[in-house]
Design a protein around this ligand. Structure first.
Ligand code: B12
Length: 541
């Protein structure tokens, strides 16, 4: 785990296998009419070393060097999801030019979709795929091989890319069609080292997509640039077959639906879930990114019956004004209704929140925390706003001179840091403190799971898992100790309270966690009492 000065910003990045790679390989295998062989390599999943800990990103350089050096190829196709992967694109391009000077380099994914010119001019790739990649990649490979496939071109015109002409000028070709999701073969997971990922990460997650596209215009999101604004679905039968195939091949993996808005079409989701249930296919699934506008009693019921045990809704702000400003326009009464339904059915609800929008006032940030406090979801993610380059929010911040650093340094736009925006009312320290305080209070000290025996057992398992990733999280140790005490498991109670007391000796941990000992909460009071009775002093070394 990379340890920076501040415990609160430790990276817990745990990627899952790349659906882009599996989907692209499957598509090429199915539609290519020129013979070439394919290999895929997912640096993220190769960088897992031990179960339960986040990936070791310091291995990227070694992994990329070994792979590029030791493989022969004519074309290397890079997938770069985030803008801050730009430095790794540079590395891969440099290595490829060094070891395979004749090989072509093509790139696709979120970063090139937003910055095609930059990829050509600064990263030095040969061709860029903008947005949906399947058909365009096939066209580019046909171009490199001087191969013509008239039938394929008729079905999917060669569009959605950027390249350089003979004068070295950038040429952009817009896309005015989308891939028919009915044409997508099942992702070719065999190309990736999925079993090694299961073993090394201790996770068993595989992503799956049912749809592409989102009709909304939330100003912090730019997913519509890749997928368009209309929502397209895979046919229900194909989804079911894909799930069955994955379940059989990988012995019931945890299926993660990655759709931006899976329940947008009530007709589709009801059909899909009803068929799953009627075929007795019980998922072990998580589903994120639901929009409360498209959740109701019937859909939630079906999700539970199909095996979805935990799912996330994105509310983002508790200020109605801010909801309007970010163009999310969620109605809080609808949020309250949905959370109530989910909780009444004993389903775990996770809510995503964003703190620190451009020009957001402290009062508005507090309204967000107040709404989270009121809703008492089982878990909440309080993220400070990352003005993602390419979004309207980024443009707004830039034109209002609110960006902290020059926008051409995409490396800086990593998540978890808070130093992006200027404000008269808050700075990055204040924001980090507010979001961490909200996290400690709402996720730990007032977690609704604490109210019942089953709830406590459930959260105990979660915390024990999380402690493998964050072994120095003092409040988590105190919470685990407290729950064990309620369960009359006194050995474990002592062990975790003792560990918590010991961890306070480390200055950075003391700086982060000491303040919470003055908060008036059952869990804290019990721990403070333990310190008193055992004559333990909290002083850093
Ligand atoms: C799964 C996921 C993650 C996973 C990471 C992925 C993984 N492998 O583990 C996790 C949960 C860790 C994650 C984290 C984050 N994520 Co995320 N995530 C997604 C999500 C939900 C699905 C991605 C996916 O698999 N899509 C399906 C595949 C098929 O699509 P694809 O990857 O885009 O690939 C297609 C094309 O891009 C292209 N393509 C891709 N690669 C290549 C390569 C070549 C050669 C070619 C030709 C084409 C090509 O073709 C593919 C098929 O059409 C997307 C939303 C979405 N619906 O896409 C957000 C999304 C990618 N995430 C986003 C963000 C902002 C983040 C965070 C920064 C959030 C935060 N503030 O913390 C973090 C950053 C993590 C980090 N590194 O620190 C944004 C990215 C914005 C952008 N680039 O436009 C998205 C779009 C969500 C959104 N709506 O804003 N994320």
């Amino acid at each position: 785990m990379s340890r920076d000065d501040d415990f609160r910003t430790i990276s817990t990045f745990r990627p899952i296998p790349s659906l882009a790679l599996a989907t692209l390989c499957a598509f090429l295998d199915k539609y290519k009419t020129y013979d070439y062989s394919l290999k895929a390599y997912d640096v993220n999943i190769e960088a897992y070393t031990t179960p339960e800990v986040p990936i070791d990103t310091s291995l990227y350089l070694e992994l990329l060097t070994d792979y590029i050096k030791n493989n022969e190829y004519d074309v290397i196709a890079l997938s770069a999801m985030f803008v801050f992967t730009t430095k790794w694109v540079d590395t891969a391009v440099k290595l490829s030019r060094e070891y395979h000077p004749k090989a072509k380099i093509v790139i696709g994914g979120g970063y090139p979709t937003l910055f095609p010119e930059r990829c050509l001019k600064e990263n030095g790739v040969d061709d860029v795929v903008i947005g949906e990649g399947e058909s365009t990649l096939l066209h580019i490979l046909n171009k490199y091989n001087k191969h013509k496939d008239v039938e394929f071109e008729r079905k999917y015109p060669f569009q959605g890319y950027a390249t350089k002409n003979t004068e070295n000028e950038v040429v952009l070709v817009q896309r005015n069609h989308s891939v028919d999701l009915e044409d997508l073969p099942y992702p070719a997971w065999d190309y990736l080292n999925v079993k090694k990922y299961f073993k090394n990460s201790g996770d068993k997650k595989l992503p799956i997509e049912a749809s592409r596209g989102c009709p909304y215009s939330c100003n912090y999101c730019c997913t519509y640039l890749a997928w368009g604004k209309s929502v397209r679905y895979k046919p229900v039968e194909n989804m079911i077959k894909e799930i069955v195939e994955q379940e059989n091949r990988y012995n019931k993996p945890t299926i993660c639906f990655i759709d931006d808005n899976m329940s947008f079409s009530k007709k589709w989701i009801v059909q899909f879930l009803t068929q799953l249930i009627s075929k007795s296919i019980l998922l072990d699934a998580s589903a994120s990114n639901f929009c409360v506008k498209h959740l109701d009693d019937e859909v939630i019921d079906l999700l539970i019956k199909a095996g979805v045990r935990e799912f996330g809704v994105a509310v983002e702000s508790g200020s109605q004004q801010m909801q309007k400003h970010i163009r999310k326009n969620v109605n809080f009464d609808k949020v309250r209704e949905v959370v109530k339904i989910i909780k009444s059915k004993k389903l775990h609800v996770h809510i995503c929140w964003m703190l620190g929008f451009p020009n957001e006032t402290l009062r508005q940030i507090k309204s967000t925390i107040d709404l989270a406090r009121e809703l008492r979801a089982h878990s909440n993610q309080f993220m400070t706003v990352l003005p993602y380059p390419g979004t309207k929010l980024f443009e707004e911040a830039k034109s209002n001179d609110l960006l902290m650093s020059p926008d051409d340094d995409l490396d800086k736009y990593d998540n978890r840091k808070c130093d992006y925006l200027k404000s008269d009312e808050w700075d990055s320290n204040k924001l980090r403190e507010m979001s961490y305080d909200a996290n400690i209070e709402i996720n730990f000290l007032n977690n609704p799971c604490l109210d019942s025996v089953e709830g406590r057992d459930y959260i105990l398992r979660k915390y024990e898992d999380l402690l493998l990733t964050l072994p120095d999280h003092i409040i988590m140790h105190i919470s685990v100790g407290y729950i064990n005490k309620l369960k009359n498991n006194l050995v474990k109670y002592e062990k975790h309270y003792k560990t918590a007391a010991g961890l306070f000796k480390q200055q950075p941990l003391y700086n982060t966690f000491k303040k919470y000992l003055s908060w008036d909460h059952n869990i804290i009071n019990d721990f403070v009492e333990y310190l008193k009775v055992n004559d333990k002093e909290i002083v850093p070394n």
